[in-house]
Design a protein around this ligand. Structure first.
Ligand code: UGA
Length: 450
């Protein structure tokens, strides 16, 4: 018998949801995406992506029903009724941001999604959580689903964490390092998800089937490990700086050992974004609730090392301009939390620019993609349309997000625009030799001053 392909819905259309929906359509599924914000639904339907994510708009335009010549496999709606009627598999991709003034994350979007969908589920369906949540959430949400859904025990809940990186969302979704699913024994979830992923996605990617708490934990553990790796190398940068060592050479040298690995050892102003910082905090909060807070006290250190990077960059800037920030002009290259993204959530770059502004400097910021988002978050900073404009008359220039275009800057030409040729490289990606040759005082975190 021919099996009909499961029909897929994707709830929440941020980085995760929009990419997942487009990728599922690319694999041939009929997909319905839901967002509670009508403007987003309208944009996405017309094949427009409301954020900067390389390759995503092309993928979306190939399938969005509102785009002429598309496959039409991908539609968007604000209607829960439509989602419940359409889908066999519902992926929950909403945000779990940090709660204001607390370590724990805010589960209200996930809870609201389940509460909106469940009462409309009249036939068997599989709900699949992809959001990053505190361990134990899946079991709680499964109880809630069964209590509210007319289809009762016909509704199952599985956990399928997502590991995509912003800037590489499409690539990571279509070619993941692994697919992890957490299921209850005896249900249909595994078989259904194998069908969803028995596509080019899973070809060559390990498929890990486990229980739900483990699946939830895999995600938080992976992000905690990555954050720890970055803070480890940044701690080494602190020591290098005190001992006249070079953290870039050190990272390269230890990275040759494959047990350590060369990736995620870039020392600099540290990690930011919507994931790593809030995920390690939420993980600590959850461990506390589980009575094992000691298991994760090291993450408190990981967080402190990371936050010290920002303070240290502000301090180096103060030293560079001769002891007082007040009244100086500072050119800042980069606002996004990392290159190839327009995301400024908990961005170290913007945080440093903001601190300097609050200490009385005249700060001008450039970013190739994130200016609009940065302006919304920090309207009192000055924003420039080009790197040259940002550094005009500057007493010191700070390189804070390692966009490719900054590596390609001509230090000699840029030197004509500034008041003083002082470069502080917060990302260790500019070539010290080149800048020094062009008459700049180049200083980087964790490297000898020469
Ligand atoms: C991170 C994880 O890498 C993804 O696997 C995960 O799916 C995602 O969070 C998530 O939980 O949704 P992302 O936040 O997009 O992805 O960005 P990363 O590439 O991990 O970078 C995070 C931060 O670490 C950036 O601010 C970056 O500049 C910084 N970083 C990264 C360093 O300072 N040094 C490094 O060596 C690497």
């Amino acid at each position: 018998a021919t099996r009909v392909a499961p029909r897929i819905t994707v709830i929440g259309t941020g980085y995760l949801g929009a990419t997942h929906a487009a990728a599922m359509a690319e694999l041939g599924f009929e997909v319905l995406g839901l967002d509670v914000v009508p403007e987003k639904v309208e944009l996405l339907s017309r094949g427009r992506v409301p954020m900067y994510e390389p390759g995503l708009e092309e993928l979306l335009r190939r399938h969005a029903a509102g785009v002429e010549g598309s496959t039409g496999r991908l539609r968007f709606t604000t209607s829960w009724r439509e989602v419940a009627d359409f889908g066999d598999v519902h992926f929950v991709c909403v945000n779990t941001p940090q709660r204001h003034g607390e370590y724990a994350c805010d589960m209200s979007y996930v809870d609201a999604a389940i509460d909106s969908l469940a009462p409309l589920l009249e036939r068997p369906a599989l709900v699949v959580g992809k959001s990053t949540v505190p361990v134990g959430s899946a079991a709680r949400l499964a109880d809630r689903l069964r209590e509210l859904a007319p289809a009762g025990p016909g509704v199952e809940l599985a956990w399928n964490p997502e590991f995509l990186r912003e800037g590489f969302a499409v690539e990571d979704t279509l070619h993941p390092d692994r697919v992890v699913i957490g299921v209850e024994p005896g249900g249909r979830a595994e078989e259904l998800l194998r069908r969803v992923y028995a596509t080019p996605i899973a070809e060559g990617s390990p498929f890990v089937v486990t229980d739900r708490p483990t699946a939830e934990l895999v995600k938080t553990a992976a992000n905690a490990f990555l954050a720890t790796k970055i803070s480890f190398i940044n701690a080494m940068a602190e020591v290098c700086e005190a001992a006249d060592g070079d953290v870039v050479r050190l990272a390269e040298a230890i990275g040759h050992d494959d047990r350590i690995g060369a990736k995620f050892l870039r020392a600099g102003i540290g990690f930011g974004g919507g994931c790593l910082p809030k995920d390690i905090r939420a993980f600590m909060a959850r461990a506390g609730e589980l009575g094992v807070d000691q298991a994760l006290t090291f993450l408190r250190e990981v967080d402190s090392v990371n936050m010290r990077r920002r303070a240290h960059m502000v301090e180096l800037t103060r030293q560079a301009v001769g002891g007082s920030i007040l009244g100086t002009r500072i050119g800042v290259l980069g606002a996004a939390f990392k290159p190839d993204s327009d995301d400024v959530r908990d961005s170290p770059a913007l945080n440093i620019a903001g601190q300097l502004h609050l200490q009385g400097a005249q700060v001008t910021v450039h970013d190739p993609k994130a200016t609009e988002n940065a302006r919304r978050l920090f309207p009192t900073l000055t924003y420039a349309g080009s790197a040259e404009e940002a550094v005009r008359g500057a007493d010191v220039v700070l390189h804070l997000t390692e966009w490719r275009e900054y590596r390609e800057l001509d230090p000699a030409a840029l030197g004509e625009a500034v008041a003083h040729r002082r470069m502080l490289d917060g990302r260790n990606t500019l070539d010290p030799e080149v800048w020094r040759k062009a008459g700049w005082t180049y200083r980087a975190l964790g490297r000898p001053t020469v």
